[in-house]
Design a protein around this ligand. Sequence first.
Ligand SMILES: CC(C)(COP(=O)(O)OP(=O)(O)OC[C@H]1O[C@@H](n2cnc3c(N)ncnc32)[C@H](O)[C@@H]1OP(=O)(O)O)[C@@H](O)C(=O)NCCC(=O)NCCS
Length: 203
Amino acid sequence: MLRKLELFDIEQIVELHYKSFGENELSIKLGKEFIRIFYESILNSGYSFGYVYVIENKIIAFAMGINDYERFNAYFKSNNLYNILKLIILKLFTFSISINTILNAIIDGKKYTKLRMSNCHLGALGKDLEFEDILVSKKAIRECVGKVIDTFLSSDMNFCWSVCDKSNVGMIKLHYELGFALINEVKQFGRTISVFAINNIVK
Ligand SMILES: CC(C)(COP(=O)(O)OP(=O)(O)OC[C@H]1O[C@@H](n2cnc3c(N)ncnc32)[C@H](O)[C@@H]1OP(=O)(O)O)[C@@H](O)C(=O)NCCC(=O)NCCS
């Protein structure tokens, strides 16, 4: 069953995100507390939303949408800067964060500076890669993403962008399947991010 992301989903989403996202992802390097802060902000910012696909109370896929990326970022920073800095300092003291990760966090905004429009962002998405029925999990992630795109369309927004690590084959294939085009590649420290966009979203 597809439904909106709710507050009580956060713990499950944090675990699923942590389990499924690749180790190159900034969120994985920053850890579960950072991931929790991110999804809480998706629920609370007023500029974002999320969908989950649930089977027997278990979330098997999820996708987030951000209606206004800059306002979301401003909300995220102003509400969480102290906690994120605390988290990074703690990781520095325990030698569990690299300088590259810190630099990548600082330059993260570069990924969207060259976009013609930056408001609509297909945000974090993923599925349970261990779910036994692959066809069901494939359908689940497509329903979640489809609903995010429908939500953009229903508010007259026909442009959407998204990013992933250049080495994330599954995500790159999914972007092309959905009709996205590769519009930029942003070199970060130790990784490259592929930026995709879709104009006049057609489903
Ligand atoms: C991105 C994601 C939602 C795509 O789901 P999906 O479209 O249902 O696809 P799958 O993951 O099953 O794989 C898609 C394809 O990529 C291929 N693929 C995945 N990883 C691959 C790899 N390392 N090398 C080669 N092919 C790979 C699969 O074989 C599959 O090919 P097929 O469609 O021809 O069978 C899913 O892979 C996922 O949840 N990944 C983890 C979370 C994630 O990375 N999120 C994005 C972070 S920005």
